[in-house]
Design a protein around this ligand. Structure first.
Ligand SMILES: Cc1cc2nc3c(=O)[nH]c(=O)nc-3n(C[C@H](O)[C@H](O)[C@H](O)COP(=O)(O)O)c2cc1C
Length: 432
């Protein structure tokens, strides 16, 4: 029996493939395109759809917002939380994960919103825990700049302790709905938390009833050593950007080691790797499609600008045909490291052209790509993939290529699920 693996899709509430050859017409902002997208994923038995989020109009490229706005690079970006509720109401088995930043959301509001959507979805809601990585995001909330990473994670640790106390502030059987005695909830089973930490203070209890999962499924993407330790402590699923089988394997081994050290069963954490498949009828067509994109005007600049947005680095100030000097960031260090391939001697132009190439060569027919994905997971040891598209420019055509081409090819090989058997997202992830 081949090793089964998990599938999720990484997307966001942006304009999608607004100017592609087969782009969707009309406006995406009513959310209906994303509902159909989720329904296609549900037919293909994906574990979850994750809605990425950031909170600024980036001026990282050349110090202005021109690049971001002209190219619709991460902006406009609408709020994933109401969209998650809308998708939850229009699906019945798929997990829905929304990104909510600990920098932006007061813990009480986050716990309340997450509990509410977990109810609406019947136990399929997940929270992508992020601390935000850009000064421009911090400035939306009255800060002058982003707190340093160590401090962000120290705050996030305390934040987790607090929200978990809130999630647990209602005992699971607190709602009794006893008509005869005239009792809706047993007041002795709802507890204030009186939390007083170094950064946060909250009285509790939540004013929402305990949800089907109790706590939403936790998703995280730590890249730095501190971030990985945080993810290993809390996450049910870790989303990772890593290069090739060796990079993916070492990332997974590392977070599983961290998890075991804090007393968790490493098998309770599913590590999913970000991939960008290119699919077509023949290998040649798929390769041509990939080369057309990577060779197109503006691709390199857009690729560099998009890395710049999440790392707060202005790549316009480096020479394109020289190697990138060693740099660090207070933003997404892991994404920078993956992109920069330190020590490879590659020029910035080469790095830009490889922005969406993670070394697994997922360019080909559905059967070829399915074979390579199966082989990679066999060598890595687990746990699955996070499908995505360059610049989040997703359209119905690509969704169909994946859901009605690649996934059936994976299913024929026994590599992914063909039916949902579990009621909640956390249980779906732990099924195998
Ligand atoms: C696949 C993936 C998805 C991510 N999604 C988001 C996101 O939606 N919003 C965000 O602010 N950060 C996001 N991040 C950044 C992570 O939360 C984290 O900050 C990053 O991986 C760097 O790790 P570090 O914080 O340990 O340095 C993502 C990272 C990865 C690899």
């Amino acid at each position: 029996m081949p090793k089964r693996f998990h599938l999720a899709w990484f997307t966001n509430f942006t304009a999608g493939d607004w100017n592609g050859t087969f782009s969707h017409g009309g406006s995406p902002w009513d959310g209906k395109f994303f509902v159909e997208f989720a329904q296609a994923m549900e037919r293909a038995c994906f574990d979850y759809m994750i809605l990425e989020d950031t909170l600024m109009v980036s001026e990282a490229w050349a110090g202005t917002a021109e690049m971001s706005l002209r190219q619709a690079l991460q902006v406009p970006k609408h709020d994933p939380v109401p969209l998650a509720a809308m998708i939850a109401a229009a699906t019945s088995r798929l997990g829905i994960v929304a990104t909510m930043s600990t920098l932006a959301w007061p813990p009480f509001m986050l716990a309340r919103a997450a509990t509410t959507i977990d109810h609406i979805s019947g136990g399929r809601f997940g929270w992508n825990i992020v601390t935000s990585g850009e000064d421009a995001a911090a400035q939306q909330f009255g800060l002058e700049k982003l707190p340093p990473r160590e401090l962000r994670y120290a705050m996030a640790d305390e934040y987790m302790e607090l929200v978990c106390r809130l999630f647990d502030s209602w005992e699971p059987d607190a709602v009794v709905k006893d008509r005869e005695r005239g009792v809706y909830a047993d007041w002795r089973k709802v507890h204030p938390i009186h939390f007083e930490g170094e950064f946060f203070k909250c009285r509790g209890p939540l004013n929402t009833a305990s949800s089907p999962q109790g706590r939403p499924t936790f998703v995280q993407a730590g890249g730095s050593p501190r971030g990985r330790a945080f993810a290993a402590k809390h996450a049910d699923s870790i989303i990772a950007s890593a290069n090739g089988v060796p990079g993916m394997k070492s990332y997974r081994d590392d977070v599983r080691g961290h998890a075991a050290r804090v007393g968790r069963d490493p098998d309770d954490i599913k590590v999913l790797y970000l991939v960008y498949p290119f699919l077509a009828e023949t290998s040649e067509e798929a390769r041509a499609k990939y080369e057309r994109l990577v060779g197109s005007d503006g691709f390199i600049r857009a690729a560099l600008a998009s890395v710049g947005q999440i790392t707060d680095i202005d790549f316009s100030r480096f020479a394109l045909d020289e190697p990138l000097p060693r740099i660090t960031t207070n933003g997404e260090q892991g994404s920078l490291d993956r992109f920069a391939q330190w020590g490879s001697g590659k020029t910035l132009r080469q790095l830009g052209s490889e922005r969406f190439d993670n070394g697994l060569d997922l360019v080909g027919t559905p059967d070829e790509v399915a074979d390579r994905m199966g082989q990679a997971i066999e060598e890595i040891g687990g746990d699955g993939f996070l499908i995505s598209t360059p610049f989040q420019r997703v359209g119905r055509r690509f969704i169909n290529e994946v859901c009605e081409g690649l996934v059936p090819a994976l299913q024929r090989r026994g590599l992914v699920r063909e039916v949902y058997t579990q009621p909640t997202l956390r249980q779906t992830l732990r099924e195998f």
